[in-house]
Design a protein around this ligand. Structure first.
Ligand code: C2E
Ligand code: MG
Ligand code: MG
Ligand code: MG
Length: 291
């Protein structure tokens, strides 16, 4: 009967809910072991310039290889890390590993005539918690000097919500980091609330168009309109635009036609481990895609 099936549905729901709670508890308990046990690592997704053929960037994305549960998405464990305070430890790991890897990627690019080592930029995602003190600036400076990395190679991605929760401190810290050479991007742009006037006051170089708009760029008039508005907005503020989540040639063609500066997505490459980069760099497939 309908009543019975309703009851069953409820039981399934309740069951899934308690499973989800159990999983969250387990992850929260085990997250602090993940760095010492070497379960955390970074993958790198290429960011392709649509205007400068020799400029190549990457976004560093964190991965957790759990001994029993396998690979766990940052969408799942970053919020847990944020609510448990472990985010600062994870973020330290990301910063130092990315800076170390910049040296390695530069060395790889030296053997890749197509790309300039000077223009290499590797971006990390920052969490709002890192802005609660001014420590971030000295941490970046210390780690960069430890690995002998010029900060022009480091990009920083923040979300619009940072400027709502920590505006004064965030602006001050990001401005100091820009003076040192870092570039600052607003991630997932278009999903927040930034107005033109507001945006012009922020220390930001680049807007990253959220993947949800790029996804339906071919079929949704709204998403196309929003994308065009972001491109125009960025242009009038002297900012660059990166389109996230480009998965096919049609999306890329639209973005190139609209003078979007950069693109990132599965169409070019999925995020890769450092050891996979030489093969990707050597394959001409990613060059042909832009033509
Ligand atoms: P994000 O910074 O917006 O990163 C882009 C996400 O889109 C990545 O997911 C990437 O794998 C995915 N992506 C890229 N191209 C495509 C595509 O063509 N199609 C589809 N469907 N997806 C694509 P990922 O690696 O799962 O990361 C999710 C989010 O977790 C990131 O979103 C970022 O907000 C957060 N995150 C990742 N690493 C870190 C980190 O080191 N620190 C902090 N605080 N957050 C991180
Ligand atoms: Mg990002
Ligand atoms: Mg994003
Ligand atoms: Mg421009």
């Amino acid at each position: 009967s309908a009543k019975e099936s309703g009851r069953n549905t409820y039981r399934v729901f309740e069951n899934n809910l308690s499973q989800a709670i159990k999983r969250r508890h387990k992850l929260a308990n085990e997250l602090h072991n993940a760095i010492p046990d070497r379960q955390m690592y970074l993958v790198y997704q290429p960011v392709i310039s649509l205007v400068e053929p020799d400029a190549l960037g990457f976004e560093a994305l964190l991965r957790w290889q759990h001994p029993e549960l396998g690979s766990i998405s940052p969408m799942e464990f970053i919020p847990i890390a944020e609510s448990s305070g472990l985010i600062l430890e994870l973020s330290d790991f990301v910063l130092s590993r990315a800076l170390e890897d910049i040296g390695n990627i530069k060395a790889l690019l030296k053997n890749t005539p197509h790309f300039s080592t000077e223009k290499l930029r590797v971006a990390i995602n920052l969490s709002a918690a890192q802005f609660k003190t001014e420590d971030l600036v000295s941490q970046v400076v210390d780690q960069a000097s430890h690995y002998s990395i010029d900060l022009r190679h480091l990009g920083l991605e923040v979300t619009e919500s940072l400027f709502i929760s920590e505006k004064a401190m965030a602006c001050q810290v990001l401005e100091s980091l820009r003076v040192l050479g870092c570039t600052v991007s607003i991630d997932d742009f278009g999903t927040g609330y930034s107005s033109l006037a507001y945006l012009s006051t922020l220390p930001v170089d680049t807007l990253k168009i959220d993947r949800s708009f790029v996804d339906e760029i071919e079929t949704s008039f709204n998403d196309r309109t929003i994308t065009l508005a972001i491109l125009r907005l960025a242009n009038s503020l002297g900012m660059d635009v990166v389109a996230e989540g480009v998965e096919n040639q049609a999306q890329l063609a639209f973005l190139e036609k609209q003078a979007c500066d950069k693109a990132q997505g599965y169409f070019f490459a999925k995020p890769m481990q450092l050891k996979e980069l030489p093969e990707w760099l050597a394959s001409p497939a990613h060059m042909q895609k832009k033509a």
